[in-house]
Design a protein. Structure first.
Length: 202
Protein backbone atom coordinates (compact mmCIF):
# COMPACT_ATOMS: atom_id res chain seq x y z
CA UNK A 1 0.00 0.00 0.00
CA UNK A 2 2.82 2.41 0.87
CA UNK A 3 4.50 1.67 -2.46
CA UNK A 4 1.28 2.33 -4.37
CA UNK A 5 0.68 5.59 -2.52
CA UNK A 6 4.23 6.66 -3.30
CA UNK A 7 3.70 5.90 -6.99
CA UNK A 8 0.50 7.96 -7.04
CA UNK A 9 2.22 10.88 -5.31
CA UNK A 10 5.11 10.76 -7.78
CA UNK A 11 2.70 10.74 -10.72
CA UNK A 12 0.60 13.57 -9.26
CA UNK A 13 3.55 15.86 -8.60
CA UNK A 14 5.23 15.34 -11.99
CA UNK A 15 2.12 15.14 -14.19
CA UNK A 16 1.28 18.87 -14.63
CA UNK A 17 2.57 19.90 -18.04
CA UNK A 18 5.26 22.56 -17.72
CA UNK A 19 8.47 23.84 -19.32
CA UNK A 20 10.44 20.65 -18.62
CA UNK A 21 7.82 18.63 -20.49
CA UNK A 22 8.25 21.01 -23.43
CA UNK A 23 12.03 20.48 -23.34
CA UNK A 24 11.67 16.68 -23.17
CA UNK A 25 9.34 16.55 -26.14
CA UNK A 26 11.40 18.98 -28.17
CA UNK A 27 14.67 17.12 -27.66
CA UNK A 28 12.99 13.75 -28.33
CA UNK A 29 11.47 15.00 -31.57
CA UNK A 30 14.49 16.94 -32.79
CA UNK A 31 17.45 14.77 -31.72
CA UNK A 32 16.14 11.42 -30.53
CA UNK A 33 15.00 9.26 -27.64
CA UNK A 34 18.32 9.31 -25.75
CA UNK A 35 18.19 13.08 -25.41
CA UNK A 36 14.57 13.03 -24.34
CA UNK A 37 15.44 10.49 -21.67
CA UNK A 38 18.40 12.63 -20.58
CA UNK A 39 16.03 15.57 -20.10
CA UNK A 40 13.63 13.30 -18.23
CA UNK A 41 16.46 12.06 -16.00
CA UNK A 42 17.26 15.64 -14.99
CA UNK A 43 13.68 16.22 -13.92
CA UNK A 44 13.55 12.87 -12.09
CA UNK A 45 16.77 13.66 -10.19
CA UNK A 46 15.48 17.05 -9.04
CA UNK A 47 12.04 15.66 -8.15
CA UNK A 48 13.65 12.92 -6.09
CA UNK A 49 15.75 15.43 -4.14
CA UNK A 50 12.56 17.24 -3.18
CA UNK A 51 10.75 13.97 -2.49
CA UNK A 52 13.48 12.67 -0.19
CA UNK A 53 13.59 15.98 1.70
CA UNK A 54 9.82 15.82 2.16
CA UNK A 55 9.82 12.15 3.23
CA UNK A 56 12.60 12.52 5.78
CA UNK A 57 11.25 15.86 6.97
CA UNK A 58 14.56 17.68 6.65
CA UNK A 59 13.17 20.87 8.12
CA UNK A 60 16.37 22.91 7.81
CA UNK A 61 16.69 22.29 4.07
CA UNK A 62 13.00 22.86 3.47
CA UNK A 63 13.17 26.12 5.43
CA UNK A 64 16.08 27.35 3.30
CA UNK A 65 14.19 26.51 0.10
CA UNK A 66 11.15 28.34 1.44
CA UNK A 67 13.18 31.37 2.49
CA UNK A 68 14.87 31.65 -0.90
CA UNK A 69 11.85 30.71 -2.99
CA UNK A 70 11.69 34.18 -4.58
CA UNK A 71 15.29 34.28 -5.89
CA UNK A 72 14.96 30.65 -6.99
CA UNK A 73 11.87 31.50 -9.01
CA UNK A 74 13.63 34.53 -10.48
CA UNK A 75 16.52 32.32 -11.61
CA UNK A 76 14.08 29.80 -13.06
CA UNK A 77 12.10 32.52 -14.81
CA UNK A 78 15.15 34.04 -16.47
CA UNK A 79 16.40 30.58 -17.44
CA UNK A 80 13.09 29.96 -19.17
CA UNK A 81 13.26 33.30 -20.99
CA UNK A 82 16.79 32.55 -22.19
CA UNK A 83 15.85 29.05 -23.36
CA UNK A 84 12.72 30.40 -25.04
CA UNK A 85 14.63 33.04 -26.99
CA UNK A 86 17.30 30.50 -27.95
CA UNK A 87 14.68 28.00 -29.12
CA UNK A 88 12.74 30.60 -31.11
CA UNK A 89 15.88 31.76 -32.93
CA UNK A 90 17.13 28.22 -33.66
CA UNK A 91 17.31 27.01 -37.22
CA UNK A 92 16.05 23.60 -38.28
CA UNK A 93 19.46 21.92 -38.15
CA UNK A 94 20.83 23.54 -35.00
CA UNK A 95 20.20 20.50 -32.82
CA UNK A 96 21.20 17.72 -35.18
CA UNK A 97 24.85 17.59 -33.98
CA UNK A 98 24.25 15.33 -31.02
CA UNK A 99 26.77 13.85 -28.63
CA UNK A 100 27.68 13.43 -24.99
CA UNK A 101 27.75 17.19 -24.50
CA UNK A 102 24.18 17.41 -25.78
CA UNK A 103 23.14 14.64 -23.37
CA UNK A 104 24.65 16.53 -20.43
CA UNK A 105 23.04 19.76 -21.63
CA UNK A 106 19.66 18.04 -21.81
CA UNK A 107 20.06 16.65 -18.28
CA UNK A 108 21.37 19.93 -16.85
CA UNK A 109 18.66 22.13 -18.36
CA UNK A 110 15.84 19.96 -17.00
CA UNK A 111 17.50 19.60 -13.60
CA UNK A 112 18.08 23.36 -13.31
CA UNK A 113 14.49 24.24 -14.23
CA UNK A 114 13.03 21.68 -11.82
CA UNK A 115 15.32 22.40 -8.87
CA UNK A 116 14.64 26.14 -9.09
CA UNK A 117 10.93 25.51 -8.58
CA UNK A 118 10.51 25.28 -4.77
CA UNK A 119 6.78 24.72 -5.19
CA UNK A 120 7.62 21.07 -5.87
CA UNK A 121 8.61 20.42 -2.27
CA UNK A 122 5.36 22.03 -1.10
CA UNK A 123 3.47 19.68 -3.42
CA UNK A 124 5.30 16.64 -2.04
CA UNK A 125 4.81 17.76 1.56
CA UNK A 126 1.13 18.47 1.05
CA UNK A 127 0.43 15.16 -0.68
CA UNK A 128 2.38 13.18 1.91
CA UNK A 129 0.46 14.88 4.71
CA UNK A 130 -2.87 14.36 2.96
CA UNK A 131 -2.05 10.67 2.40
CA UNK A 132 -1.15 10.26 6.09
CA UNK A 133 1.75 7.97 5.27
CA UNK A 134 4.71 9.85 6.74
CA UNK A 135 4.96 10.38 10.48
CA UNK A 136 7.66 10.97 13.10
CA UNK A 137 7.64 7.32 14.22
CA UNK A 138 7.73 5.90 10.70
CA UNK A 139 10.37 3.20 10.23
CA UNK A 140 13.28 3.63 7.83
CA UNK A 141 12.06 0.70 5.72
CA UNK A 142 8.62 2.27 5.35
CA UNK A 143 10.11 5.64 4.43
CA UNK A 144 12.37 4.04 1.82
CA UNK A 145 9.35 2.19 0.42
CA UNK A 146 7.53 5.50 -0.04
CA UNK A 147 10.62 7.02 -1.70
CA UNK A 148 10.86 4.03 -4.05
CA UNK A 149 7.19 4.48 -4.94
CA UNK A 150 7.77 8.18 -5.66
CA UNK A 151 10.72 7.28 -7.88
CA UNK A 152 8.59 4.78 -9.80
CA UNK A 153 5.75 7.28 -10.19
CA UNK A 154 8.00 10.09 -11.37
CA UNK A 155 9.85 7.70 -13.68
CA UNK A 156 6.61 6.38 -15.16
CA UNK A 157 5.41 9.89 -16.01
CA UNK A 158 8.63 11.14 -17.60
CA UNK A 159 9.32 7.85 -19.35
CA UNK A 160 5.80 7.83 -20.73
CA UNK A 161 6.16 11.42 -21.94
CA UNK A 162 9.33 10.59 -23.83
CA UNK A 163 7.55 7.52 -25.23
CA UNK A 164 4.87 9.84 -26.64
CA UNK A 165 7.63 11.93 -28.20
CA UNK A 166 9.17 8.83 -29.79
CA UNK A 167 5.82 7.91 -31.31
CA UNK A 168 5.33 11.42 -32.66
CA UNK A 169 8.86 11.43 -34.10
CA UNK A 170 8.18 8.23 -36.04
CA UNK A 171 4.91 9.63 -37.30
CA UNK A 172 6.40 12.97 -38.34
CA UNK A 173 9.42 11.40 -40.01
CA UNK A 174 12.22 13.55 -41.47
CA UNK A 175 10.56 16.93 -41.61
CA UNK A 176 11.58 20.54 -41.16
CA UNK A 177 11.22 21.14 -37.44
CA UNK A 178 11.43 24.93 -37.64
CA UNK A 179 7.83 25.08 -36.38
CA UNK A 180 8.88 23.07 -33.34
CA UNK A 181 11.52 25.65 -32.42
CA UNK A 182 8.96 28.45 -32.62
CA UNK A 183 6.30 26.55 -30.70
CA UNK A 184 8.61 25.39 -27.90
CA UNK A 185 10.22 28.85 -27.76
CA UNK A 186 6.84 30.54 -27.39
CA UNK A 187 5.78 28.12 -24.65
CA UNK A 188 9.05 28.52 -22.74
CA UNK A 189 8.77 32.30 -22.97
CA UNK A 190 5.21 32.09 -21.69
CA UNK A 191 6.25 29.91 -18.74
CA UNK A 192 9.09 32.33 -18.02
CA UNK A 193 6.82 35.36 -17.98
CA UNK A 194 4.30 33.58 -15.74
CA UNK A 195 7.10 32.55 -13.34
CA UNK A 196 8.44 36.09 -13.09
CA UNK A 197 4.95 37.54 -12.65
CA UNK A 198 4.30 35.06 -9.83
CA UNK A 199 7.20 36.68 -7.93
CA UNK A 200 5.42 40.02 -8.09
CA UNK A 201 2.06 38.59 -7.06
CA UNK A 202 3.27 36.66 -4.00
Amino acid sequence: MLLLKGILIGLTVSAPVGPVAVLCLRRTLQIGAAYGYASAAGAVAADMIFGIIACFGVAAVAAVLTEYSTPLRLVGGFLLLGMGISSWRSQSGDMTDAGQAALMKSFGASFALTITNPMTIFAFTGLLAASDIVSHDMSLDATLTVILGILLGVGLWWGGLVGVGIGLRRWLGQRDFRWLHHLSGALLLLFGVVTLLSVLVV
